[in-house]
Each structure stands twice: as structure tokens, then as C-alpha cells.
Design a protein around this ligand. Structure first.
Ligand code: UDP
Ligand code: MG
Length: 314
């Protein structure tokens, strides 16, 4: 299979030894009957279990299989980035390695894309097997993001989508360190549409996204596409200063024309309050500055230890 395949499937893998075998079978059962040329690019994102050994075995048995083995865990978004970078297909699908994104949807995604869309994302109709808090926080986050950014990032979608080669080319020109790929893809534009599907439960294992990873990811999403938090800090700062100014006049008035009180409580509270607001403002500046400095460093996004794709190794 030397000519470019019609379809590349990109699948990030982090400790998914229980799932990738099954997933690959489902993928083959779906794609082989279509009689199209296809490849699958598995990115081993520093798994600590047997995932990589399984991937090597799969690559030996099935010439559709490409693998990229990272030197350590670089995170979901960078694993996807690497997969997209080295995918050779005219169309590229991104999906999770735990079976939550059903490979059975691929023919429909491809067909929809070929109707004339550069991007077709899969929108989850319902989410199975995820706890209430995760669903609630995800829901709130997507609504908030939609409100405060000026690009349309589709609500309730993950990274499960099909994109055309054109999008791959443009993504390579967007070298931000803190990737929020679904945001970048929306930002790129062209014809985008969606298909609805039911998100399944993980086949095995547990979610790799801890709450702290989710918060980091949410902050990446917001800070890459909006300066809203900076504005909030500024506006709050002004409001608080206005109130403080009023209070200063009042206390001066009290001192000279009224009765002076010990004033301990009010002093205490206001100092704390101002301190808090300042910390919030500084924190938000820090969020952006940190990302600026990361981008200035201009390090490679990920490091490949080994791959059966000729140009992928470092
Ligand atoms: N993943 C990864 N690197 C990470 C975390 C996750 O490559 O640091 C992969 C994981 O193996 C899976 C996909 O990203 O294929 C989605 O992760 P997960 O299912 O844990 O996320 P959730 O579905 O719970 O949001
Ligand atoms: Mg999952």
C-alpha cells in the first residue's frame, strides 16, 4: 500500500491494553467490506501497560496498521496531533481508543464528508457510562466556551471527526503548544457539519482524564480562543476600586466629622477582599503568560521513540 490511502484513522492510545485489540477488530470489520484503501495510525502516548507490545503485534499481522511510539506521555491532544501529522489519507478520522467512539460510524462519516464537507464532526446524543459530575461539568464548560469565544466551537463534541487533507495542511501551520484541536478546526472554517451518535461506554479500563487534567484542558481551550478572563479581571478590578474609593471618602468623612471607630473588622475584610481580587487578576495574567512563554520556547510538540512510518522518527 504505497499510494496514499483514501482514509486514515488516528487513534491515541494510553494504557488501553484491554481495548485496542477489540477496537481494531471492529475497525477491520467495518472498513474491509467497503473495499477502500485505508490505514490506521495508533499513537502510543507513553502507556505503562502492554499497549505498545499489542500494537507491534497488530502491525506485524495487518499491513493497515501504523504506530507511533512516544518517548513519554505527552497527552491526548498531542497524540492526536502526531497522528494527524503523519496520516497519509485523503480523509482523516480522529477517534478514541477505548471504544467510546464507535468505528461503525465511519462509513456514514465518510459518506457525509464526501457530499462536500471538509469537516464532519460526530456529536454525542447521549453519553453512556460517564458519571453525573463529568457530564455536568462538560456541559457547563462547552456552554461557557461558546459564550466567551468568538468562533463557533460546536457544543457537545469531542475530537471524534473526519477531516480532509486540506485541514491537516493548515493544522500544521498552527503550531501552538497548548493544543485545543477541536477549537483550531472550527477556527479554520470551510464547510463543516455534524452527525449525531450515541456515545458508548468505555469497553474496559477507566478514564485517563483526571479532574486536574480536565481543568488544564478547559483552560487551554479558553485561553487559546478568548481573552475574556483577562477582561473579567480588569472589569472586576475597576469595580472593586470604585467601591474602595467610596469607602475611603466615607472613612475620611467619619474620621474628621463623625466618630472614629476601631474599624478593625472592615479593614480586615477589605484588605482580604482586595488581596483576593488582585490574586485572581495576577493568576489570569499568569495563565496567558505561561502559555506565551511555552510558545516562545518553540520546543517540539512530541518526541517519537519508534514508528513504522518512515518519516516519523526523530
Ligand atoms: N489518551 C492519551 N493520552 C492521555 C490521555 C488519554 O492518548 O494522556 C487517550 C486514551 O487512550 C483514549 C483517548 O485519549 O484513547 C480518550 O481518553 P479517555 O477515554 O480516557 O477520555 P474520556 O473519554 O474519559 O474523556
Ligand atoms: Mg473515553
Amino acid at each position: 500500500m504505497s499510494a496514499a490511502p483514501l482514509l486514515s484513522v488516528v487513534i491515541p492510545v494510553y494504557n488501553e491494553e484491554m481495548n485496542i485489540g477489540k477496537l481494531h477488530t471492529r475497525l477491520c470489520n467495518t472498513l474491509n467490506p467497503l473495499e477502500i484503501t485505508w490505514e490506521v495510525v495508533y499513537i502510543n502516548d507513553g502507556s505503562k501497560d502492554r499497549s505498545m507490545a499489542i500494537l507491534r503485534g497488530m502491525a506485524e499481522d495487518d499491513s493497515h496498521v501504523r504506530f507511533i511510539d512516544f518517548s513519554r506521555n505527552f497527552g491526548h491532544q498531542l497524540a492526536i496531533t502526531a497522528g494527524i501529522d503523519f496520516a497519509k489519507g485523503e480523509w482523516i478520522v480522529v477517534m478514541d481508543g477505548d471504544g467510546q467512539d464507535p468505528p461503525e460510524l465511519l462509513p456514514e462519516l465518510l459518506a457525509k464528508a464526501q457530499e462536500g464537507f471538509e469537516v464532519v464532526y460526530a456529536r454525542r446524543r447521549k453519553r453512556e457510562g460517564e458519571n453525573f459530575l463529568k457530564k455536568l461539568t462538560a456541559r457547563m464548560f462547552y456552554r461557557l466556551l461558546a459564550k466567551i469565544t468568538n468562533i463557533e466551537i460546536p457544543v457537545d463534541t469531542g475530537d471524534f471527526r473526519i477531516i480532509h487533507r486540506k485541514i491537516q495542511r493548515i493544522l500544521k501551520q498552527m503550531p501552538e503548544q497548548h493544543k485545543y484541536i477541536r477549537g483550531q478546526i472550527s477556527w479554520i472554517g470551510f464547510n463543516q457539519t455534524y452527525l449525531e451518535y450515541d456515545r458508548e461506554e468505555r469497553m474496559g479500563g477507566t478514564t485517563k482524564f483526571t479532574y486536574s487534567k480536565m481543568i488544564r484542558f478547559a483552560l487551554d481551550g479558553i485561553s487559546s480562543f478568548s481573552t475574556w478572563p483577562l477582561k473579567v479581571a480588569t472589569v472586576t478590578g475597576f469595580a472593586v476600586s470604585a467601591v474602595a474609593f467610596g469607602l475611603i471618602i466615607y472613612s475620611l468623612y467619619q474620621k474628621f466629622f463623625g466618630t472614629t471607630e476601631p474599624g478593625w473588622t472592615s479593614l480586615h475584610i477589605s484588605v482580604l477582599f482586595i488581596g483576593g481580587i488582585q490574586l485572581i487578576g495576577i493568576g489570569m495574567l499568569g495563565e496567558y503568560l505561561g502559555r506565551v512563554s511555552d510558545n516562545v520556547k518553540n520546543r517540539p510538540h512530541y518526541i517519537v521513540r519508534d514508528s513504522n512510518i518512515p518519516d516519523a522518527e526523530h
